[in-house]
Design a protein around this ligand. Structure first.
Ligand SMILES: Cc1cc2nc3c(=O)[nH]c(=O)nc-3n(C[C@H](O)[C@H](O)[C@H](O)COP(=O)(O)O)c2cc1C
Length: 191
């Protein structure tokens, strides 16, 4: 089966991030459909338009990584009922400089985890709106994952069977959407 390239963007720069743990588990769980890797954002400078004249090397690397993948998967916590600042800053770098918007046409999906049942719901809703506004093709549906310390084991396996099935179906849906959208976009790109 053809594998799509997937870039995961984790909305946390915390060393022990539970969202990064979930992202690593998703890389493993989706290995039959995707060649997946985390797109690093924790070393990006805070977005500053003054830096656009000579883009920092971390920003150049970040934008090149986005350009290289077929689809994106955002795995994010919620901060103060919205998108964490570190993620919003990365999104702004992706959207800039003017005319070099990295997000246009990218297939994207959103999930996130917190200790509460729907803890990331508001952040996900804000992120969905932002990504849509800047040109990404965002997959529908909802995926709020409640984190328990034992949810992801030391080998990046999701230990709870119903959560694993849910996340596998979510990744399969993203693979199907990526295939559908790239089939639609490819003939136009070739023309
Ligand atoms: C600045 C800050 C704001 C937060 N605001 C929220 C919030 O609005 N809703 C929520 O469910 N959790 C909130 N939390 C708790 C996070 O869900 C929790 O810290 C989680 O572990 C963050 O994910 P991470 O481990 O991937 O960084 C907040 C945490 C921080 C540090």
């Amino acid at each position: 089966m053809h594998k799509f390239k997937l870039g995961l963007i984790v909305g946390s720069n915390r060393r022990e991030s539970i969202n990064r743990k979930l992202a690593q588990a998703l890389v493993r769980l989706g290995a039959d459909r995707f060649d997946a890797a985390i797109i690093r954002i924790d070393d990006l400078p805070l977005y500053n338009q003054d830096l656009e004249a000579t883009l920092p090397e971390q920003v150049v690397r970040f934008k090149a990584h986005i350009a290289d993948v077929d689809a994106l998967l955002f795995v994010t916590p919620e901060h103060s009922r919205s998108i964490p600042a570190v993620l919003k800053s990365a999104i702004d770098w992706g959207a800039r400089p003017w005319g070099k918007n990295s997000w246009i046409g990218k297939t994207a999906a959103i999930t996130g985890t917190s200790q509460g049942a729907v803890g990331t719901a508001v952040a996900q809703q804000h992120l969905r709106a932002v990504l849509g506004d800047i040109g990404a093709q965002v997959m529908g549906g909802e995926a709020y994952i409640t984190f328990k310390p034992e949810l992801v084991d030391a080998n990046d396996n999701v230990t709870d069977e119903s959560t694993r099935k849910f996340l596998k179906a979510f990744l399969d849906q993203l693979a199907a959407l990526t295939g559908k959208l790239s089939a639609k976009i490819a003939p136009r790109a070739a023309a």
